[in-house]
Ligand binder design. Sequence first.
Ligand code: BG6
Length: 476
Amino acid sequence: MAFRKDFLWGGATAANQCEGGYNEGGRGLANVDVVPIGKDRFPIISGQMKMFDFDDEHFYPAKEAIDMYHRYKEDIALFGEMGFKTYRLSIAWTRIFPNGDEAEPNEEGLKFYEDLFKECHKYGIEPLVTITHFDCPMHLIKKYGAWRSRELVGFYENLCKVIFNRYKGLVKYWLTFNEINMILHAPFMGAGLYFEEDDNKEQVKYQAAHHELVASAIATKIAHEVDPENKVGCMLAAGSNYPYTPKPEDVWAGKQNDRENYFFIDVQSRGEYPAYALKEMERNGIEIKMEEGDKELLKAHTVDFISFSYYSSRVATVDPELLEQTQGNIFASVKNPYLEASEWGWQIDPLGLRITMNDLYDRYQKPLFIVENGLGAVDTPDENGYVEDDYRIEYLAAHLQAMKDAVELDGVDLWGYTTWGCIDLVSAGTGEMKKRYGFIYVDRDNEGNGTLKRTKKKSFDWYKKVIASNGEDLSN
Ligand code: BG6
């Protein structure tokens, strides 16, 4: 058998993309609430255009999302029916601390997640909790400039203390920051960073990243102190770079791109700033302000496992013409002529998953956890809401085969696999509902119309069978 007996099969979501109930239960406002669908989304999520509150001209899909805030019991029952061993979800910081800097947490928010975790355990589902999936309280953005301020470390620490103690015995798998490298590409959505005209953006981003890295080490420390059973992981938006040609300059460009991402995990897993990053920062005039004790903290409290999302490999080149054609996607990459792409232009590369797993395992020698993977596609339901999503099954089966090869043939230690958006939810990149990843169809469109009714897709039964066979039976 390829996979461990206790392999954690499941699915993943994020609070802001599925919960809705943005102003219920005493919840405060966050960056992820005020990112609208439409042409302004990218300028806003990248910190170029200011949007600190709702206005009348835009539609904000996260406000209601798929209303999981009120429907989580029904949804978790469906995950249980599929045989999930784990469910990856994130807590909304502003449900626990509406402003972020209060001394006392909001009991209603704490209770909401306590009930949700208990609901998971009813079905033998182990929650895997992302402490922050892109969200930052709006009050912390307005008052402190979000993660550019060192004070955020203390507020995050408070949040961690509260949730680790409250959910002791209910949650043992934690991720500190979702796709921590997103801060470089979508700094407002990823870390609440908005840039003023005279800002040195790179300086701001890397200083904020340092604060997150320190906060992540503190979280790891506290998690282990509160319960030695706790396992804490970092989380990378992964996907190894291929050189476009064997030209040494292209190979070097690929290595540079990989290092831009590895930088975060090098700190979180090896416990120190890597030499290449220090040199690069020095060359670019970036000075990281560290406090006494930071280096020791980073070194002493490294993560237990490496989690990552994988949607595609990436391609690197120094060819100016090819670079010019590159789309302004969140993680822009040159097109690989050997690969097909999804309807949103994301290239499909199952072998790239095996390559990425091997790269990460070789580098860190720690257990891996794939916490996001999947196909965002347009689904066309029949009159009963049923979707025959063979394309999704095909995509997932090919990736599962590659993952199996990495475990069985290469010896990678893999703890689990959670598909992204196991139930249809709002897209982080575009804000669309139309870009669906789920095994469960949700009746809602880009404009917010629909009954929110849940219906099983064809892939629902397929995934159920995959889990029941512990990944042995991938057939459609
Ligand atoms: C990852 C995020 O970037 O990819 C998720 O962690 C996101 O929040 C997922 O939804 C898929 O991206 P998109 O843009 O298709 O939603």
